[in-house]
Design a protein around this ligand. Structure first.
Ligand SMILES: Cc1ncc(COP(=O)(O)O)c(C=O)c1O
Length: 402
């Protein structure tokens, strides 16, 4: 991917796919049945982290149009992302010379979604301190709980401050394929940019990342070098060349994998994949909810992630609110400390015995398990098996914990 004349079919195919994805997200773009545009609404790029680099660079360029020529003006900037947002925000800020101190972590609601009031307060504080709100990164599908930030409210805050509105839909944008779940991204049409990893929920081989842009023409002014040996303005089909609109010169044809997968499964197949994943998560939630306190749900966002604890018999029924308040107030007793240390031991046992590989993560200070569903081959038996392993190893390890 660079020059149309060396990859004409791939350029058409990438453009058609981006138009279709943009249409699902509500971005301005030709409909899926129209001809692919020679300026597609975005690009495929190497992963969500790189897509964020592109987006923040475009945001800086919109704020300071002479940035490319003269470099950053030194104006202090702020980038906002929720506490549950991906750690890539800090890396991008570091790499672009914005600085990690410019990244403001916005408080979240209990489910891990960004608190819009906290965002407004954080932006007002930044302005009062003389910083310019450059961008807000809203997450559609946070890594641990799979929370969806309130996109419309984030959009309102961005409009108020003239900030770039980026959606990190790496994980959750695929909900747009499902009639039942696309409401989770209500407001996506108002974003300036959105990244979507098709290699996550849609099972396309790594790497397949679409970056969607409201104003793709900005890519030209931000990234074009006009190298005369390649991008001659008077050559045939030059308007289709993607190589002068991107930071990279040549790119892999990641779109082809999505094209083939989508052709094979169809819109219905893609929707069914999401619906199946949520149905399996619902099944897990049901098993947890009817386990007589052997498991407790910790956070429930109703989508594909199920976050829970296995509870030793002597602690049942477990009062989670009490547990969390003890931790947050620094009064955690020995028993809670043991509980915190239990999940790593259960995981290590599963790993050592080769039964399952389930990650744990602290939520409000306590290690919890998270299962998330993507694979269409996963069924209720797998859920039962995994929960069974956790309960069995949990009982054995709890007895051994000092
Ligand atoms: C919510 C979220 N954002 C960003 C990323 C980073 O994406 P990538 O691994 O494609 O750089 C991930 C992937 O792990 C993610 O889950």
């Amino acid at each position: 991917m660079s020059l149309f004349e060396i990859a004409p079919v791939f350029h058409l195919l990438e453009s058609a796919l981006l138009a279709k994805l943009a249409h699902l997200a509500g971005f301005p773009s030709p409909g899926p049945d129209e001809s692919p545009p020679n300026l597609p609404p975005g690009m495929f790029c190497p992963g969500g982290s790189v897509a964020l680099l592109y987006s923040l660079q475009l945001a800086r360029h919109r704020l300071q149009p002479d940035l490319v020529r003269f470099g950053a003006s030194g104006q202090p900037l702020s980038v906002f992302v929720s506490k549950s947002g991906h750690y890539g925000a800090g890396k991008a800020a570091a790499m672009l010379g914005i600085g990690t101190d410019a990244v403001v972590e916005v408080a979240t609601a209990h489910d891990g979604s960004m608190d819009p009031n906290a965002l407004r307060d954080a932006m007002a504080t930044a302005v009062a301190e003389g910083r310019t709100p450059l961008a807000v990164i809203a997450t559609a599908g946070t890594t641990v709980t799979c929370a969806f930030d309130p996109l419309n409210e984030v959009a309102d805050a961005c409009v108020e401050h003239g900030a770039w509105f980026h959606i990190d839909g790496c994980y959750g944008a695929s909900a747009l394929f499902s009639t039942d779940h696309r409401h989770r991204l209500a407001g996506s049409h108002r974003a300036d940019s959105m990244v979507w990893n098709l290699h996550k929920m849609m099972g396309v081989t790594q790497q397949c990342t679409a970056l969607l842009l409201r104003e793709p023409e900005r890519l030209d002014s931000c990234f074009s070098s006009g190298a005369e040996y390649l991008f001659q303005p008077d050559k045939q089909f030059g308007e289709w060349d993607s190589g002068d609109r991107t930071y990279q010169c040549g790119r892999r044809v990641d779109a082809l994998k999505l094209w083939l997968t989508w052709k094979a499964r169809g819109d219905d197949g893609f929707a069914a994949r999401i619906d199946h994943a949520v149905a399996m998560a619902d099944f897990a939630r049901m098993v947890i909810g009817t386990s007589d306190g052997a498991f407790v749900p910790v956070v429930d966002t109703g989508f594909t992630n199920v976050v829970f604890l296995w509870v030793p018999p002597e602690l049942r029924p477990l009062d989670l609110e009490y547990l969390f308040s003890e931790w947050s107030e620094g009064r955690s007793g020995a028993v809670w400390d043991r509980l915190h240390r239990l999940a790593p031991r259960i995981k290590a046992r599963m790993q050592a015995e080769g039964t399952a590989l389930i990650g744990y993560q602290p939520i409000h200070g306590v290690n919890t398990f998270r299962v998330l569903f993507m694979n269409p081959a996963v069924g209720p038996d797998d859920v039962d098996a995994v929960l069974g392993h956790i309960a069995r190893y949990g009982a054995e390890e709890w007895a051994d914990l000092d």
